[in-house]
Design a protein around this ligand. Structure first.
Ligand SMILES: [Zn+2]
Length: 127
């Protein structure tokens, strides 16, 4: 068993094997599926070939099950949020940049903060 990633709204599990599955909408309103790695700090992305995402584009992330927009705009409009649940059922907020090419992820709970990625300094002051 590893960590599970949950939608903050409907609490469905969004990961299968090594990927977290999202539906996305690109800046030119293309919709599609995108897979992110379950490993925090691993920025390999899989998406359908017909989805054009260029560096610097903002991509809207949605829960594939309840379609909630996962934007964490209460913190910063460039971040999205999922819940990570570990083996002991501890829960953390996982915040990640929705700007293509920005490598930053934050694992946050009330008394815990860990930042991942080369660009993690960008949003630290918002947390
Ligand atoms: Zn959901």
């Amino acid at each position: 068993m590893g960590n599970n990633y949950l939608c903050p709204k409907c609490r469905s599990v969004l990961n299968i094997e090594n990927n977290i599955i999202f539906t996305v909408k690109t800046k030119d309103n293309q919709r599609g599926l995108i897979l992110l790695s379950v490993k925090l700090g691993d920025y390999s992305v899989k998406n359908q070939d017909n989805l054009t995402i260029e560096k610097g584009d903002k991509v809207q992330f949605f829960c594939p099950i309840c379609r909630e927009n996962l934007s964490a705009s209460d913190i910063n409009e460039n971040l999205a949020r999922v819940i990570m649940q570990d083996d002991e059922e501890n829960e953390y907020q996982i915040l990640f940049s929705i700007v293509a090419g920005e490598y930053c992820t934050y694992m946050v709970s009330e008394d815990f903060l860990k930042a991942y990625g080369d660009d993690s300094s960008i949003y630290l002051s918002d947390l």
